[in-house]
Design a protein around this ligand. Sequence first.
Ligand code: DLL
Length: 434
Amino acid sequence: MVDARAEGMAPERRRDLQRQRLRGLVDRLLRAGGLQAARLRDCGVRAGSDVDLDDLGRLPTVGKRDLWDHYPHGLRAVGAEDVVCVHGSSGTGGRPTLVPYTAGDLEVWAEVMARALGGAGATRRSVVHNAYGYGLFTGGVGVHHGAVRLGAAVVPVSGGMTVRQVRLIQDLRPDVLACTPSYAIHLGEAMAAAGVGPTSLRVGLHGAEPWTHGMRGQIERLLGIRALDLYGLSEIIGPGVACESLDSEGLLNVAEDHFYPECVDADGSPVPDGSPGELVFTTLTKTGMPLLRYRSGDVATLTGPAPGSPRTLRRMSKVLGRTDDMLVIRGVNVFPTEVESVLLADDRVSPHYLVVEDRRVAARAELLVAVEPMSDGIDTDTLRADLVLALRERLGLGCDVRVLMPGSVPRTEVGKARRLVRWSEGDPPLPGLT
Ligand code: DLL
């Protein structure tokens, strides 16, 4: 553990720390004025001492719309002179979300990302090949801060130029790969195509987009590494909000001393541990844009620490989907990740696929799934029929499967893979789909 005191703290002691930090946060928000202060006052909160962790549920939430409504400075809670950088995401529908960071926020970020790397087995001797995009996106810079804090050597290669990346991996012999899961597949395929054998890579930290255990298997086979999940969102800090460690049993340790997690249903009521719900985060220690009860839109489950692990942090599941990515097809709710788990359970299917919500007849949305065969010589008619059956069994829904020529689904070299499109009019989202 990078910070045994924080990661291994007794849960009751951590709860005291969280309570104290929550009160400090509420005082900071009230002092800063603005939207969150007004909402707190409307709830009868006059000072941090009025709140407790146990009644967090009665406090107001904030959401993406609030950030959009307050663009460009968002819910900044400090003077402009205290802001040292701005990050964000391009967002859906071209509406960016910008997040101001103070020097203190960068400290927190470096700390939680160093812990994430440490949990993956990285040390001062590690070389981290960082293929997350550098820029406004938090992936590249966030992993960078963590690697530097750990004392590892970071190769800030960013996204794209895959041939050069393969070369750098051979020459610099990194043990840690940091990139999106879809880029890990792309990189692995490029290495196989170039005849590059086993590399020095040992572990990967993958996130920024949803991916399933099936995709994990594909990455691990292709690259010969342990593939771990790294989660975060720019509104909260970026990567490092939660991360799998080698011993966390497939779940992600939440950095809950800095980001207090809740899991709620559509009405905002808490769901029990182990039940899926929307993750809500409170940034206990951030100062640039602190958020009280930010509704992330990400659906996952929460659970306690791994039994027997020195880490005592609560854990979250892989993200199952986003509330706004949930498709409702003939009354059945479907997340694209459920489709992915069915597809990748079949070793004839390549990890390049696209889920299309066909809304050309608005009153009757249909699910169309475009896949590519893993290799030549696969009987595509049988594959298609088998997938239709497997999807019907898993989702309880008939859908249309198209097996396309290899290479038809666009690869993502930079940024996040696009796994879901909504098709309401015009040309098909992929050539060959009609
Ligand atoms: O994607 C931060 C990040 C960078 C995380 C690199 C991990 C690695 P945003 O661009 O603001 O920030 O997008 C945040 O991406 O709300 C999720 O919907 C999705 N997301 C992030 N990590 C994961 C993950 C970064 N591990 C949004 N699994 C979040 C599934 C993820 N979805």
